[in-house]
Design a protein around this ligand. Structure first.
Ligand SMILES: [Ca+2]
Length: 592
């Protein structure tokens, strides 16, 4: 039947079906072309050779490395979601001891490795969050509610402090140029061969397959590794990758200054800064977004799956109630709207040039994690990070109020600046060089999974979306051959918020790398009462404790099938967003 001869309602249905068929066809097409990429062979398990304690002798020959302990850890000493982590050997050490000629302090790259007695043949490099500075236990877990983890699954896992310890003064390490470079990328480069040699000494062979993953700054480490160390890794798992971290930090300061302009209490403290935009007011905004956008995906369920169509449907100035009298949480004053709306649009210079992505309107703004990132972080974290780690030149000391008084335009230039002491700018050492140029990753047969909370207010999902589009463009529209990107509606930074924020990304990544099974929809679940991986206190009361949803590979989104249990992922299907099905371009995003 000629579509033009159909009744209009039938034409709409046909167009909708065609949109769904396009996604399917792309996957089938992808399957055909994927044969041209190398298929990596699966890892083969092996047992730890000898005793853990005896391993220290074999490791004495490692270059630039001091091993300080090799200790047997019995099964169950660590647990994950209540289950015992299998027996393993913990190796503790440090690399490249040195004294800084700039600040006179001692620096090393401290690390630990956890080597399962029963090893799956794989290496997992755990990227840690924040400004690093601590050797987080090498369990290889991600996010806030994982029930899986690399160590649990038999990987040999490495974790490091990336070359400085927070005990020495937090962001003050940024005064030392080499510590900046180690934090940015060089610690990963130095640790990787050492870790592989340690694995070879422990098991009689190096890792068959190597992976790197983490969330936030750990996601940044992962994307940096893809750009700089593509010859070392087969699989990448990047959560909320702050791959433009210096710009995101400055954008957060931009936001703090906007909030400070309408704060009703002293903005130099987090509660005072938060008086600009209270939890009740943020919930009012989320509810206004939900009123416009919740049903776009076919289910009025407290989740906005079709994020991009929502950005066209929702208008902050129009749809958020404007207070006619005093602020009571149910409205925003006009002054608040004028101050806050540019934060969602994206941070700009005085001339209006946007230097970081905007943040999409979503359902998760009332959550507690948002308050931390919006009102505490600018004072407690961004002041030190921008002032001491990212700026050239740095400032010797920073007060929490440093960010409130900062000249945004001048500082933006300093993020790209170098001098005789600091020979790489923050944008050079922190970000992936040519972030979207991943030819070596693709050609190797390596694969990448990326996920990002849509309500994340520190690193924007729009920035990650922009990156994915760039990768897609540079790979001839075939990014999905080796990269899949999963936005997580409602989720805050790495976890939390009104979201199904618990999913196993490791198993599908390994299946893709080693078996060639490309992931489609992944199933995520809520962490309600009784969840073994920890309870998410921010779940709406109306949700089932174990609500599940498909996480859909971008650009597809989850739509309700029109029947079936609304709490179950099986009642949803991944399809092209509404705008695309109506023929609107997918590339109308205002976030770049
Ligand atoms: Ca919905």
């Amino acid at each position: 039947m000629n579509p033009k001869s159909m009744p209009k309602s039938m034409r709409c249905a046909a167009v909708a079906a065609f949109g769904a068929a396009l996604v399917t066809a792309a996957v089938a097409d992808n399957g055909r072309h994927r044969e041209h990429l190398p298929q990596l062979t699966p890892a083969q398990p092996a047992p730890l050779l000898g005793t853990c304690e005896a391993l220290s002798g074999a490791l004495a020959a490692l270059a630039n490395t001091t091993i300080t302990a090799t200790t047997s850890v019995a099964a169950g000493t660590l647990t994950l979601a209540g289950a015992p982590v299998p027996a393993h050997c913990r190796v503790v050490g440090r690399m490249f001891d040195r004294t800084s000629p700039v600040d006179g302090k001692s620096y090393s790259i401290n690390f630990e490795m956890r080597l399962p007695l029963s090893w799956n043949g794989r290496f997992w490099h755990q990227g840690n969050g924040g400004i690093d500075g601590a050797v987080v236990t090498a369990t290889g877990t991600l996010g806030g509610g994982p029930t899986t983890g690399a160590l649990m699954q038999g990987f040999a896992v490495l974790s490091s402090d990336a070359g400085h310890t927070n005990a020495q003064g937090g962001p003050a390490f940024g005064l030392d140029p080499q510590a900046r470079l180690d934090y940015g990328y060089q610690a990963v480069g130095k640790l990787t061969p050492m870790a592989k040699q340690t694995i070879a000494a422990a098991y009689g062979k190096g890792p068959d397959r190597s992976y790197i993953g983490g969330c936030s700054n750990g996601g940044r480490h992962t994307l940096v590794a893809a750009a700089r160390y593509a010859d070392e890794y087969d699989g990448y798992l990047a959560g909320a990758p702050g791959y433009n971290l210096p710009l995101a930090a400055l954008a957060n300061i931009f936001g703090a200054q906007r909030y400070a302009s309408v704060a009703t209490a002293d903005p130099s403290t987090p509660p005072g800064l938060g008086s600009a935009y209270t939890a009740a007011e943020r919930t009012t905004v989320s509810n206004a977004v939900l009123a416009r956008c919740d049903a776009l995906d076919g289910a009025t369920d407290g989740l906005i799956q079709d994020t991009r169509t929502c950005q066209r449907a929702f208008n902050f100035m129009r749809d958020v109630p404007t207070c006619s009298g005093v602020r009571d949480g149910s409205c925003l004053s006009l002054a608040q709207k004028i101050a806050i709306e540019p934060i969602y649009r994206g941070a700009t210079t005085r001339n209006g040039e946007r230097f970081y992505a905007g943040f999409p309107y979503d359902s998760g703004f009332g959550a507690g994690g948002i308050a931390f990132w919006e009102f505490t972080a600018p004072l407690a974290l961004d002041s030190g990070a921008v002032g001491q780690i990212f700026k050239v030149p740095p400032v010797p000391t920073v007060a929490p109020t440093f960010s409130l008084d900062l000249d945004i335009d001048a500082t933006l230039a300093q993020l790209f600046a170098t001098d005789a002491t600091y020979t790489e700018s923050a944008m050079q050492f922190m970000t992936p060089p040519q972030a979207t140029q991943l030819h070596d990753v693709r050609a190797r047969g390596a694969k990448m999974l990326v996920y990002h909370g849509v309500s994340d207010q520190i690193f924007s999902v729009k920035d990650t979306e922009k990156w994915y589009r760039g990768v897609d463009h540079r790979s001839g529209g075939r990014a999905e051959d080796f990269v899949r990107f999963y936005p997580v509606p409602g989720m805050g930074h790495c976890s939390g918020g009104p979201a199904t924020d618990q999913a196993d990304f490791i198993t599908p990544l390994v299946a893709w790398v080693e078996q060639g099974r490309a992931p489609a929809a992944l199933t995520a679940s809520a962490r309600g009462v009784g969840n073994v991986g920890g309870v998410n206190a921010e779940l709406p009361a109306a949700w089932a404790a174990n609500r599940s949803r498909p996480l859909c590979p971008y650009p597809s989104v989850a739509f309700y099938k029109g029947q079936g249990d609304v709490e179950s992922a099986s009642s949803f299907v991944c399809r092209a967003p509404r705008g695309n099905r109506r023929g609107h371009g997918a590339h109308d995003d205002d976030g770049d």
